[in-house]
Write a protein that binds this ligand. Structure first.
Ligand code: NI
Length: 182
């Protein structure tokens, strides 16, 4: 287990499209170790999701998960999951604005429009196909993470920057409770 270094905005790896992972590659011990390390890092960093490019690996791997946490009393619980080569389709055209933050963009928050309802297809960590429908917070986190696999960060999705805010100002002027970042 290891606490991996997080790539920060400006690092070219965040602007490179991640490569799909073959089943052979997924089975390799180094890939399985990467997944374990990503989960560990996400927990240490208090994140709700983490994509492989954020830890300097340009592969289509995402981890998610969020247990009840006193620091984020309003956040929904998300079961821990590993998604490899995820693809999704929108099940609602309407987009809803919500606050996001990112482990790769220190101390910034902004309102991002996201689809409220998506359908997702991926492999799990042992290469089994998984399909799921996601709503609201989970749908938002999934869209944020999958964007990382396609060289996109949350500020790219903002309609305008009028809500882009530093953490201190966020907690002073916008929302009292901290929000989990991804
Ligand atoms: Ni992020």
């Amino acid at each position: 287990m290891a606490n991996l270094k997080i790539a920060k905005l400006g690092n070219p790896i965040l602007r490179r499209k991640a490569d799909p992972v073959s089943r052979e590659e997924l089975e390799k011990p180094e890939t399985q170790k990467l997944i374990d390390d990503m989960i560990e890092t996400m927990k240490i960093e208090d994140g709700v999701g983490l994509a492989a490019p954020q830890v300097f690996c340009s592969k289509q791997i995402v981890v998610l998960g969020f247990e009840e946490n006193n620091r984020y009393p309003d956040a929904d619980v998300i079961p821990f999951m590993v998604l490899v080569n995820p693809e999704f389709t929108y099940l609602s055209e309407e987009k809803v604005e919500g606050w996001e933050g990112c482990l790769s963009l220190d101390n910034l928050r902004g309102m991002v429009p996201r689809s409220q309802h998506i359908k997702l297809k991926a492999l799990d960590r042992i290469g089994k196909e998984v399909q799921l429908e996601a709503h609201d917070f989970l749908a938002r986190v999934l869209q944020h993470e999958i964007d990382h696999l396609h060289a996109t960060v949350f500020i790219d999705r903002m309609r305008d920057f009028s809500t882009l805010t530093h953490l201190n100002e966020f907690e002073t002027f916008w929302v009292k409770e901290a929000i989990p970042v991804a």
